[in-house]
Design a protein around this ligand. Structure first.
Ligand code: BGC
Length: 264
């Protein structure tokens, strides 16, 4: 044995991981305490480069990791379908992403000893809320929606995620739902909260007719002001605001990396 040392095997799950959230307008990250689902340091944010090509985005992701001198596990969100590590869509990103192997694009600029785990942004946010936030301990069908540049969705049955549901692209009045009811649309069209909530209500009724969730968690930046829109929303399902606001993506990405490192 002494002459043939084996690399140490990880027997405990890692206690921290770096989470990086790639969004349509910003790329933000922070080291995350995986046991409590909290940020270990202030998050660091840089603008998403335009056009958001794979190499330009990878460069910014590398700068975020470097800011924290991070060498441990890294989880990264991507705002599109990520299926078995391959990027399949790019609604709010450069189309050059489609077909690329996420870890091959985003791994090289990191000085991490492991390859990054890349997941859909809303799936990551949902994972964070189900583990440490508004969905903690919730059984049945839970739907997390994120309202930002687009609309993201994460669907859970008894705490288990069905990835890449992409419910922001359901068609409402002949349009992609996220082009009618994302947070960006509210800002671009200068809609009042009540006007915006009316559009969201129409969207939620459509989603409820298809999936009959028990609980809907409203996430994204808007979840910081639940009093502005929750009073206008009403479904059979219970509707609550996310608890982690814009940090859910960072925390969920880190959780995904942590569980991957443990099971690898
Ligand atoms: C993308 C989703 C993403 C959502 C929120 C949509 O345009 O298709 O994958 O989760 O935006 O960023």
């Amino acid at each position: 044995m002494a002459n043939n040392p084996q690399p140490a095997r990880r027997t405990h799950p890692p206690r921290s991981a770096l989470g990086i959230d790639i969004g349509g307008t910003g790329i933000k990250g922070a080291p995350v305490d995986l046991v409590h689902g909290t940020l270990l340091e202030d998050r660091f944010r840089l603008d998403t480069p335009q056009p958001a090509t794979p190499s330009a985005v990878a460069d910014v992701v590398g700068q975020v990791a470097k800011h924290f001198d991070w060498t441990g596990p890294v989880g990264i969100t991507y705002p599109g379908v990520v299926s078995s590590g391959v990027i399949r869509t790019a609604a709010n990103m450069d189309p050059a992403w489609i077909g690329s192997v996420a870890a091959d694009v985003l791994g090289p600029p990191l000085s991490s000893d492991t390859s990054p785990v890349v997941v859909n942004d809303a799936d990551a946010a949902g994972l964070a809320e189900m583990t440490h936030g508004a969905g903690r301990g919730q059984s049945g069908v839970v739907l997390m929606l994120t309202f930002g540049t687009g609309i993201g969705s994460a669907l859970f049955l008894d705490g288990k995620l069905l990835p890449n549901t992409e419910l922001g692209h359901l068609e409402i009045r002949g349009k992609d739902a996220e082009r009618r009811a994302s947070a960006k649309v509210r800002e671009d069209k200068e809609l009042s909260w009540e006007e915006w909530a009316g559009r969201v209500q129409e969207y939620l009724e459509h989603v409820e007719a298809l999936f009959s969730p028990d609980l809907v968690i409203m996430g994204g930046g808007v979840s910081k002001h639940p009093d502005k829109f929750l009073p206008y929303l009403s479904l059979r399902a219970h509707i609550v605001a996310a608890e982690m606001a814009n940090n859910a993506g960072i925390i969920g990405a880190a959780l995904a990396a942590g569980s991957h490192a443990h099971h690898a």
